[in-house]
Design a protein around this ligand. Structure first.
Ligand code: FES
Ligand SMILES: [Fe+2]
Length: 352
């Protein structure tokens, strides 16, 4: 749990990329969950995800040509549709019968919701029920068609566990996030007390009022409240409600493999003017997240020596919860039983 690698959780939706990264007729490739994945958008606007390996001789399909409907392999020109089924073998002559529908490169369930492209990585031998896999999580206060105003992604050279610990770590900000615009001084730590309660596949910091001096949140109107939810397989969802506007932030961890993780940050804001702030906000988000990225690069130097690590109350209690939830979820999957959230409501106190 605490080392260089982490168990990957299958049977879950993961963030692949923001929808804006996929123009019609284009595709991108990534290693996600240890699999080579090709994610594309057809000319009709729909998104799809294929295993990026040609079943003929194994060359990545991404070297081939995508015409907006089918993808032709670069080696012998076999063509595959968005469902991963072969639709043409150019070398075949009349009378040479091959059942093309039996030739598949493998695909992943892929959907676009709220401007985010999601991919489902099933468990071994898992097949979707008639209605498909359960839908990916919906961001509160925003409709299915609402695209995020801001997005950034940075690759972290750490397992999802350490990326998750960073997400839910309430006490590193004063030491790590020390920009002029986010001033926190380690010498001025203040006592904090927050209530938590179990929620779906994780827990939530119960909705509470933000201090009025918080400028970013004041843009949303007076009486601003926030709720922060953490859940498997690595999401932090912060929902901020003001009298004038609402904002929801999603930080999503997508494993490339057991020891590398993509960290995505999205922001939906109901205020129309927020779009104009995109260059500034995305720059600030990147500076902030890059500070976390630098920490895990340095942390790796120590983890290579496999140290025994520690957790202290209450600052690391959420990291403990992460470990408990993940272990019980994986155990339930293994035994084929229903997952029961092992957490109980609790108030945590720390200094930050
Ligand atoms: S290797 Fe892809 S068509 Fe032959
Ligand atoms: Fe951080």
């Amino acid at each position: 749990m605490q080392g260089l690698t982490a168990d990957l959780i299958r049977g879950m939706w993961y963030v692949a990329c923001p929808g804006r990264d996929l123009r019609p007729g284009k595709f991108i490739t990534k290693k996600l969950m240890n699999e080579p994945v090709l994610i594309g958008r057809k000319s009709d606007g729909s998104v799809f995800a294929l295993r990026d390996i040609c079943p003929h001789r194994g060359i990545p399909l991404s070297y081939g040509h995508f015409d907006g409907t089918t993808l032709a392999c670069s080696y012998h020109g076999w063509r595959f549709d968005g469902a991963g089924t072969c639709v043409d073998i150019p070398s075949l002559r009349e009378g040479q019968q091959v059942d093309l529908t039996k030739i598949r490169c493998g695909n992943f369930a892929c959907t676009e919701s709220q401007g985010v492209v999601w991919i489902y990585f099933p468990q071994k031998a898992e097949t979707p029920s008639e209605g498909g896999y359960p839908a990916p999580p919906l961001m509160p206060d925003f409709a299915g068609a609402a695209a995020p105003k801001f997005h950034i992604m940075l690759p972290f050279t750490c397992s999802t566990d350490h990326a998750a610990f960073g997400l839910m770590d309430p006490t590193h900000a004063a030491f790590v996030h020390t920009s002029w615009w986010f001033k926190k001084q380690a010498s001025k730590l203040r006592p904090k007390e927050k209530s938590f309660a179990p929620s779906e596949l994780g827990w939530s910091m119960v909705r509470h009022r933000l201090p009025p001096q918080n400028i970013a949140y004041r843009l949303l109107g007076t009486e601003v409240t926030t709720e922060i939810t953490y859940r498997l397989p690595g999401f932090r969802i912060e929902n901020i409600r003001g009298e004038r506007h609402q904002a929801t932030g999603l930080t999503a961890l997508t494993p490339n493999d057991e020891s590398n993780t993509e960290v995505h940050q999205f922001f939906w804001i109901s205020a129309g003017w927020a779009g104009g702030l995109r260059p500034l906000f995305e720059h600030l988000m990147r500076v902030f997240l890059d500070q976390d990225r630098l920490v895990v690069i340095r942390q790796r130097e120590g983890l290579l020596h496999e140290p025994r690590l520690m957790m202290v109350n209450d600052a690391d209690t959420q990291a403990r919860w992460w470990a408990r939830i993940k272990d019980s979820y994986l155990a339930a999957q293994k035994s084929g039983t229903a997952f029961a959230n092992p957490l109980e409501p609790m108030t945590l106190r720390w200094r930050s």
